[in-house]
Design a protein around this ligand. Structure first.
Ligand code: ADP
Ligand code: MG
Length: 149
């Protein structure tokens, strides 16, 4: 487990952007943390790092939005899902050749692969956030080490 404190939204986006430069087809990143913690803000930086030019906003009312970049980006916010995602086909995206970034992933735990990068964002001040990186699997451990080096 690794942690990093950021002190502005731009800081958070910069870290996300560095991360995005190193991901591969099939990468799964989960984002948990309270409303307003910065999950979508993080995703905006991440998208930029993947070369997405469209504006990324919260997909809360659509569950999933797809963007094209160096790799396809699937941005999911499953806050409004009442049950697991199995029956609405999210797995096809999660297990596909793009990059899945999932806000509130606890709600679809059973649809997620074991190996992934779990991120938690906590508000520690008005403009400060603590990002906890919990990688599962060698590739994700290596990824986090490189990004935080
Ligand atoms: P979530 O998706 O977790 O509900 P959002 O990303 O939509 O949260 O909102 C986070 C808000 O907090 C944004 O208005 C963002 O500008 C602000 N913010 C302030 N400081 C930070 C920081 N260090 N990292 C991320 N967001 C921050
Ligand atoms: Mg959000």
């Amino acid at each position: 487990m690794y942690t990093l404190d950021t002190h502005s939204a731009q800081d958070t986006q910069a870290v996300a952007q560095r991360l995005a430069a190193r991901v591969w087809p099939g990468t799964v990143i989960t984002l948990n943390g309270d409303l307003g913690a910065g999950k979508t803000t993080f995703t905006q930086g991440f998208a930029r790092g993947l070369g997405v030019t469209r504006n990324v906003n919260s997909p809360t009312f659509t569950i999933m939005k797809q963007y094209s970049g160096r790799l396809p980006l699937y941005h999911m916010d499953v806050y409004r899902l009442e049950d697991t995602g199995d029956d609405i086909g999210l797995e096809e995206y999660i297990l596909g050749n793009g990059v899945a970034i999932v806000e509130w992933s606890d709600l679809i735990e059973s649809s997620l692969p074991t190996e992934r990068l779990a991120l938690t964002i906590e508000r520690i001040g008005d403009e400060s956030r603590r990002i906890t990186f919990a990688p599962v699997g060698d590739a994700y451990v290596q990824l986090v080490k490189e990004v935080l080096a």
